[in-house]
Ligand binder design. Structure first.
Ligand code: SAM
Length: 270
């Protein structure tokens, strides 16, 4: 993607817009890739024939639907069950057995940037198959409250389930409508959804596994670096960070991780 973008709208007004989002909506977007954010915001200004970010901000304050649209455009909470299936198979066969052995099956895991819940529920299904779901704690965190509400509901369109093997679909989902599937209660109640802003909030500690996939693509280098260091602090020694299939942590050694397989980083025991 082009890292440079020249907007037709006023730069100072944009700075003010970012400040207003913090003050009014508690949304701090300073760690995000600005060229991307601004291009997306400009598209919305043009869509509504507005001349300034200030005008757009007034609209956002008045109109809840416009606010949802803005959040959706900038966070894009696209997700699905078993996204990149081979990585989940690898997690199940190669990463989790060792963690389970170390911790007597008491896994503490966090899906950071979980969107509408498919990712933490995928993990819950895998832990159930491995026989340790009841002794495990799974947290799903996101800063998008609407996404979290959908996650708690646990009802999904068929397209979210394209990668779900038929036997798993039969065992863990209930068809509730023509194109709608609900995750079964036994799985649903094992995932605890929480509002967390990855750029601002303090994190819980002692995780065996942190999954953060397809979230940092929106963050600038500084924000990413800070986040990976915070994840390191939140993991137990021996704990694993699972990242997205297009993501790499270039300075993993500096942070204290070892790379145990593509997309899996382990906090080394000292
Ligand atoms: C593309 S989805 C990824 C969902 C899932 N991890 C996956 O890979 O399928 C990105 C999610 O990151 C969330 N997100 C973006 N910035 C965030 C932040 N600062 N704190 C918490 N969540 C954030 C968005 O709300 C969105 O739900």
């Amino acid at each position: 993607m082009n890292e440079y973008y020249i907007s037709q709208f006023d730069d100072k007004d944009y700075e003010l817009f970012l400040q207003n989002l913090i003050k009014h909506f508690d949304l701090d977007l300073r760690g995000y890739k600005q060229h991307r954010l601004r291009r997306r915001t400009d598209i919305l200004l043009k869509k509504y024939n507005l001349k300034s970010y200030s005008e757009y901000f007034e609209l956002l304050k008045k109109d809840r639907e416009k606010w949802d649209e803005f959040l959706n455009k900038l966070t894009i909470n696209v997700t699905e069950f078993f996204r990149n299936p081979d990585k989940w198979v690898f997690l199940k066969n190669n990463i989790l057995p060792e963690i389970i052995k170390e911790d007597n099956g008491k896994i503490k895991a966090w899906s950071a940037g979980c969107s509408t819940g498919e990712e933490p529920y995928t993990l819950a299904i895998i832990l159930d198959i491995l026989g340790v779901l009841r002794s495990s704690t799974i947290i799903g965190g996101d800063f998008d409250e609407d996404a979290l509400e959908k996650a708690k509901l646990g009802v999904y369109p068929e397209k979210s389930l394209v990668n779900v093997p038929e036997n798993i679909k039969l065992k863990y989902f209930k068809k509730v409508d023509e194109d709608k599937y609900e995750i079964i209660e036994r799985i649903k109640k094992r995932v605890d959804f929480k509002k967390v802003n990855l750029l601002l909030d303090d994190f819980d500690k002692n995780f065996d596994l942190i999954i953060c996939r397809n979230v940092v693509i929106y963050f600038d280098m500084e924000a990413k670096d800070k986040l990976y260091n915070k994840f390191y602090e939140s993991l137990k020694p021996g704990g694993v960070l699972f990242v997205g299939s297009t993501e790499r942590i270039f300075n993993y050694k500096e942070i204290g991780f070892s790379s145990i397989a593509p997309f899996f980083y382990k906090k080394e025991k000292k």
